[in-house]
Design a protein around this ligand. Structure first.
Ligand code: ASP
Length: 345
């Protein structure tokens, strides 16, 4: 029996239409896709298309939208064999990670995709991305949230948008692709997550609870202070240098962080580097953060770190339990910590 897939269209370039000299999300993606697929149905699973009431350019997305999307998938979970989420590319990696955390025990494929060129344009990359995602969503061996783009199947918690205008915009710099889709769909069965028992958790996210601060040469302690004083803040992600280093020579800055941590704000250390992991003890400038209780974020991507911190806070974690959970791999989001300390030779 042919497998059935639900496509959830949320907006993004994939379905955008020209309006007043720019692109804006266009409605009725289902009928538009059907027109493009009339001659291309062979081998496709059966599918239905639903869309958000309010289609969004994903740059406008908030954590509340993650919960809406998760609920729409969960409401249809038993009726379909797999799911495709059509999403803008700008924040697709954040949503892929957030859905991965909410859909704990996922036992069906959930494939996020989109395109760099809208479906309505002749050079569109939407058709390959959507058609291949439909095929992947009908593949029972996949039982996790993934992102498919331009030939690569990536884990939802590992994917990143790395290119603004190339068609192969996404990659997972700290983890191998789960599959390559050329003439055939070649999956890395050894890497796919095992099937689980659905234990979905869709919390109420508080957008004020997490903030992100990128360190830069000369950053004033007052900026760190101001970030930590944001109303409702419970977690601050700092994007540090290299292996997790910060300007420890600026005592006021380190003290500001230490005061925030004492007040109960979790400070999570994520590197500005694209590849590799945070190892806070490698340099004195990282060890200073370790001493005051900054949580080392390992090789979490910035997007997964943001979604994970939000998810853990919204599901009631705090203090030591939050710190432990952040450092424990969840839905394949991080490598196990290295046994040795990577100090330079
Ligand atoms: N701004 C668009 C969005 O994220 C970009 C895209 O989809 O490629 O919705």
């Amino acid at each position: 029996m042919s497998r059935r897939v639900l496509v959830l269209y949320t907006g993004g370039t994939v379905g955008m239409v020209a309006s007043g000299g720019t692109y804006v999300p266009g409605a009725d993606f289902g009928p538009r896709l059907a027109r493009h697929l009339t001659e291309r149905r062979d081998g496709l699973p059966q599918f239905d298309v639903i869309e958000l009431d309010q289609l969004i350019d994903s740059a406008n997305l908030t954590p509340a939208n993650w919960a809406t999307m998760a609920r729409m998938l969960i409401d249809n979970w038993d009726r379909y064999d797999g799911f495709v989420v059509l999403h803008g590319t700008d924040t697709m990696a954040y949503t892929a990670a957030a859905l991965s955390y909410m859909l704990q025990g996922c036992n069906k494929p959930v494939i996020l995709t989109g395109s760099q060129i809208p479906l309505q344009r002749s050079r569109t990359d939407a058709l390959d991305n959507v058609i291949t995602s439909l095929a992947l969503a009908a593949t029972p061996e996949i039982q996790e949230v993934c992102l498919y783009f331009s030939g690569k199947l990536l884990r939802g918690t590992r994917a990143r948008k790395l290119k603004t205008s190339d068609l192969d915009a996404f990659d997972s710099p700290n983890a191998p692709a789960l599959g390559r889709c050329g003439i055939t769909l070649d999956l890395r069965h050894d890497l796919l997550l095992p099937s689980g028992q659905p234990d979905f958790q869709v919390p109420t996210f508080n957008p004020e609870s997490v903030a992100v601060l990128t360190l830069y040469p000369g950053i004033p302690a007052a900026l760190v202070e101001a970030a930590l004083a944001l109303p409702g803040l419970k977690g601050l992600i700092i994007h540090t240098y290299g292996a997790g280093n910060a300007p420890d020579a600026d005592e006021a800055l380190v003290e500001a962080l230490a005061r925030g941590i004492k007040r109960g704000i979790a400070v999570l250390n994520i590197s500005q580097c694209i590849r590799g992991r945070v190892a806070q003890k490698a340099y004195a400038s990282g060890a200073a953060l370790e001493r005051i209780g900054v949580i080392a974020g390992g090789d979490l991507t910035p997007e997964a770190a943001f979604a994970k911190l939000h998810f853990l806070l919204a599901t009631g974690h705090s203090g030591a339990s939050l710190s432990r959970a952040l450092q424990t791999p969840l839905r394949g989001d991080a490598s196990e910590p290295l046994a040795c300390r990577p100090t330079p030779c």
